[in-house]
Design a protein around this ligand. Structure first.
Ligand SMILES: Nc1ncnc2c1ncn2[C@@H]1O[C@H](COP(=O)(O)OP(=O)(O)OP(=O)(O)O)[C@@H](O)[C@H]1O
Ligand SMILES: O=C(O)c1ccc[n+]([C@@H]2O[C@H](COP(=O)([O-])O)[C@@H](O)[C@H]2O)c1
Length: 220
């Protein structure tokens, strides 16, 4: 039986940018996602604390998706003060929604390369499918032969399976290569450079109004 595939898109979003939005919109078309739920983390497990607060990052996501019914916002990770481990979040989701409904987690190619080091990585595919968007500058090969074998064992070329099965498949999406990162955006803003092509206009305005990412706005 085929069921609507729900996709969660987790991230630090410090800030959300056009790279995020452009690639997942293309992904939604490719695998027929009716909805993508963007889920900002509170305490990113594998990187330093973000510069913007959780509330600011959430508000920027809300502004970025305000006019687009493809997207929704999920605040569950913001309500936990422990590290935002994806396996914990997905387990909580499954407890609420049951185990039969198909669920996907969206990541970029850079995240796929680190995924084997994630907390309880071995559990992830029992909880969701993983949809991977291409990203310039990151190799398509995993870091070891063992990880590559794990990837190949779970890959599918049939998008129907993502809708028919609740979890367990990896889909390497043929999304456009968009060379935008939040790191580069923060650096440009610190240097006072424009990010007009890189950020949704409402997010750019929010950053300016709150003086985010400017050298004199850093309190840490
Ligand atoms: N330009 C992009 N193309 C494809 N995937 C992306 C792109 N930017 C971010 N992603 C993916 O979106 C998810 C959330 O990314 P994140 O919020 O960390 O943005 P980022 O640009 O990678 O940030 P930073 O530069 O601060 O690390 C990750 O899985 C990441 O791989
Ligand atoms: O669960 C983990 O161990 C884990 C490790 C690294 C990243 N993640 C999640 O992967 C998503 C993308 O991470 P990031 O750091 O690129 O924004 C985001 O939802 C993170 O919380 C999760």
């Amino acid at each position: 039986m085929s069921m609507a595939l729900h996709a969660l898109f987790g991230g630090t979003f410090d800030p959300i940018h056009c790279g995020h939005l452009r690639v997942v919109e293309a992904l939604a078309q490719q695998v027929k996602l009716a909805r993508i739920t963007i889920m900002p983390n509170n305490v990113p497990p594998h990187r330093p604390q973000p510069m913007a607060s959780s509330i600011q990052r959430k508000e920027m996501v809300a502004l970025a998706i305000a006019d687009n019914p493809l997207f929704a916002l999920d605040e569950r990770e913001l309500q936990r003060t422990t590290p935002s481990y994806t396996a914990d979040t997905l387990a909580q989701w499954r407890e609420e929604q049951g185990y039969t409904r198909p669920l996907a987690f969206i990541i970029g190619q850079d995240s796929l390369l680190t995924l084997p080091t994630w907390y309880h990585a071995g559990r992830l595919l029992s909880l969701c499918h993983i949809l991977v968007c291409r990203r310039p500058g990151y190799p398509v090969q995993m870091k070891s032969e063992e990880e590559q074998r794990w990837l190949e064992a779970h890959l599918t070329n049939d998008p129907a399976l993502l809708h028919q099965e609740p979890a367990g498949r990896i889909w390497l999406a043929d999304t456009p290569l968009v060379d935008i990162s939040a790191t580069a955006i923060r650096q440009r803003l610190q240097r006072g450079q424009s990010c007009r092509e890189l950020l949704p206009e409402a997010v750019e305005n929010y950053i300016r109004a709150h003086r985010l990412y400017h050298t004199d706005s850093q309190t840490a």
